[in-house]
Design a protein around this ligand. Structure first.
Ligand SMILES: [Zn+2]
Length: 477
């Protein structure tokens, strides 16, 4: 490659808002459910049905806008985006083109110690479409309208990103803000957060943007990074061989690691947008904005500062815990139940992280409660169970949120505090391991470990290693 190229990337991020009901009707937004059970005449586009706007959608969209430094549009309204597709029963989608609810925002990202802002062009509210399910047995396609009318916001960035790393940093930042707000769970794998990548390349130093493509169907951060790398290479190859990049929408196949064209990229005029006559404009007052602003939660940066002040835990722990709303909540709730901050942090940083990784889970998928983690820590503090048993019990807390007290009782895992039994086991270990005893008496401290191991084995792991240690030392005096 002779020339140096720069990648220019802008994102369109769709986020499903965590409201109880849909944007224009009272149907449930719950994920899954038997097909077409969360539906009514409105969200299946029946003639004569009328949409009624869900106030919670406007409030959540405003909250996201305020958290991303946007201006809130005081008079915003909905438009119809006309297109035909079987999962879209009205033959139009209710969206916002002319007066989106939020405009001109920015979020700060950091990549390899370098900070920069990514500008947000706009955030608009719209409804989600249904889902087509292809049935291989009857060789036909079925439609499920449960998702039809689930509220979405689309966050449109300016073309401010230059690498996959910046894109991931931006998405992680958005996800964290939205999760902290409780506005969505932002699960890429369940589609509650979806990103379309607009990408073009240009020679370094060029003023004009190159022709861009839009890549869809990206359902993990890794897929996004791979698709960006692939699309960059594809466009550079075209330019280098004297061909032209075509403005189009492409679909990424992550298993085969390549993209293919879906359709030529349409412009706004292709959709024949017009104001939706069934919905009145929304007037947003200063008081309403202030009310939403006053309810904004403590975000990550504020949390970090407070943790540093309140809990004596390392910055490294603070960074990891505050990087997930779920972890931060469990951390604070467990401390509120009386556990020491460093101990809670240790359970989260070591065992929780290990199990998340093993189970390929996200911290947001954690099922266990602060209550049961606090109980487990209490059992260790009271020396009712030892460290190894605690780890074993925690695996069950993690998997099924069991009550550790009940579990320990039921499975007879409590440490044996019977002095007599402990002494018998220690004496047996001493009698059966003359070599270790000799070594220990000869000054080899390490030899004691072998004896402790023998006793722990004899006690089926249910002894307190500290007490075993002490007992052995006394008997060997
Ligand atoms: Zn409905």
């Amino acid at each position: 490659m002779s020339k140096a190229y720069e990648t220019v990337i802008g994102l369109e991020v769709h986020v499903e808002l965590a409201t109880r009901t849909k944007i224009f009707c009272g149907c449930s937004t719950a994920f899954g459910g038997a097909p077409n059970t969360h539906t009514c005449p409105v969200c299946t586009g029946m003639p004569g049905s009328l949409p009624v706007l869900n106030k919670a959608v406007v409030e959540k969209a405003m909250a996201v806008g305020l958290a991303t430094n946007c201006n809130i549009t005081r008079n915003c309204k909905f438009d119809r985006k006309n297109y035909f597709y079987p999962d879209n029963p009205q033959n139009y989608q209710i969206s916002q083109l002319y007066y989106p609810i939020c405009r001109d925002g920015k979020v700060e990202i950091e990549v390899e110690g370098k900070k920069k802002f990514v500008r947000i062009h706009e955030i608009h509210m719209e409804e989600d479409a249904g889902k087509l399910v292809h049935d291989p047995y009857t060789d036909s396609s079925l439609v499920d309208f449960n998702r039809s009318g689930v509220p979405l916001i689309e966050i449109v960035s300016e073309p401010d990103m230059r690498s996959a790393d910046e894109v991931i940093a931006y998405l992680e930042k958005l996800r964290l803000i939205i999760q902290y707000l409780g506005a969505s769970d932002c699960k890429l794998n369940e589609g509650s957060m979806r990103a379309d990548v607009n990408l073009s390349v240009r020679e370094v130093g060029a003023e004009e943007f190159g022709t861009r493509t839009e890549t869809k169907n990206l359902n993990s951060f890794k897929a996004i990074a791979r698709a960006i790398e692939n699309e960059r290479e594809r466009q550079i190859d075209l330019i280098e061989s004297g061909e032209k990049v075509v403005q189009e929408t492409r679909r990424w196949d992550d298993t085969k690691e390549y993209s293919y064209p879906m359709r030529s990229k349409e412009d706004a005029q292709d959709y024949r947008y017009f104001p939706d006559p069934d919905l009145v404009p929304i007037h947003i007052s200063d008081e309403w904005i202030e009310e939403i602003r006053s309810k904004q939660p403590e975000f990550r940066d504020e949390k970090r500062a407070r943790y540093r002040e309140e809990y004596q835990i390392p910055d490294y722990d603070i960074d990891i815990i505050t990087n997930s709303k779920k972890l931060a909540d469990i951390f604070e709730d467990t401390i509120a139940l009386g556990a020491a901050p460093k101990k809670v942090s240790n359970w989260l940083m070591v065992e929780t992280m290990r199990l998340l990784k093993e189970n390929v889970m996200d911290p947001e998928d954690i099922k266990f409660t602060a209550k049961n983690l606090a109980k487990l820590i209490k059992l260790v503090d009271a020396r009712t169970i030892n460290g190894n048993v605690a780890k074993e019990v925690f695996e069950h807390v993690f998997a099924e949120d069991i009550d550790p007290e009940a579990y320990v009782k039921e499975h007879g895992l409590a440490t044996v505090n019977d002095e007599g039994a402990l002494k018998t086991a220690c004496e047996a270990a001493i009698a059966g391991n003359s070599k270790a005893v000799e070594d220990y008496k000869g000054g080899k401290e390490k030899a004691l470990g072998a004896l402790v191991g023998q006793v722990m084995k004899a006690m089926k792991g249910k002894a307190d290693p500290g007490s075993v240690n002490q007992m052995l030392r006394e008997l060997l005096k």
